[in-house]
Design a protein around this ligand. Structure first.
Ligand code: CUA
Length: 205
């Protein structure tokens, strides 16, 4: 490097010989970055992984509809049952043929509602908030996976193209409330997606 003793020891340059760039007199060569073989390989691997991660996120967002839940609104948890609050009567509402909104409340230890029925092809926008502590909701087999927070309304949209049952669970440990038994594991519900020939009997709760 710029060590004076090194420079004087090793000058003048050995003509024709390959010289360790750290020991050469040439200021240009001295400034060039020396990268070890394995270091270079790992740098390429790290860059390659970053590219793969970005591609995976882009693919998830564009092809599978996976997105970050939006915080659409703030709400005072104490007012959830107030007249006019959509959370006072949680459940499914049909906005247009095949389009629904579902208002849900997460509380210790259940979901309101804990059962939903929609026809196949239904597009449901979920709005969820928590009444007391931090909860979460994951609807298996869909892109819905979000926190349910007191004071915030979180939202995600899912389309149910395949008939069947879709379980949802609280995935945020909400076990302990002073003096009460633990019930995080009892916090679940189920969405039933009815096949086309049964959709006439759909009831919205
Ligand atoms: Cu609610 Cu865990």
């Amino acid at each position: 490097m710029s060590d004076q003793t090194h420079e004087t020891e090793h000058s003048p340059k050995t003509g024709g010989h390959s010289v360790d760039p750290q020991l050469t007199d040439d200021p240009m060569q001295e400034a060039s970055l020396h990268v070890e073989k394995w270091e270079g390989i790992w740098i390429r691997v790290s860059v390659g992984m970053t590219v793969v991660f970005i591609a995976a996120i882009t693919l998830a967002a564009l092809s599978f509809g996976i997105s970050v839940p939006g915080a659409t609104a703030r709400i005072n948890p104490a007012t959830l049952n107030d007249p006019g609050s959509p959370f006072a009567t949680p459940g499914l509402r049909e906005l247009a043929p095949g389009k629904y909104e579902a208002y849900m409340v997460a509380q210790t230890w259940n979901f309101l509602p804990d059962k939903l029925e929609v026809p196949v092809g239904a597009e449901v926008t979920f709005y969820i908030t928590a009444r007391d502590v931090v909860h979460g909701i994951k609807i298996a087999g869909t892109n819905v996976n979000m926190m349910a927070l007191p004071g915030q309304v979180s939202t995600l949209r899912a389309t149910f193209d395949t008939p069947g049952t879709y379980n949802y669970i609280c995935h945020e440990y909400c076990g302990y409330v002073a003096g009460a038994p633990i019930g995080h594991h009892t916090m679940y519900g189920q969405i039933t997606v009815l096949p086309a020939d049964e959709t006439a009997q759909v009831t919205t709760e």
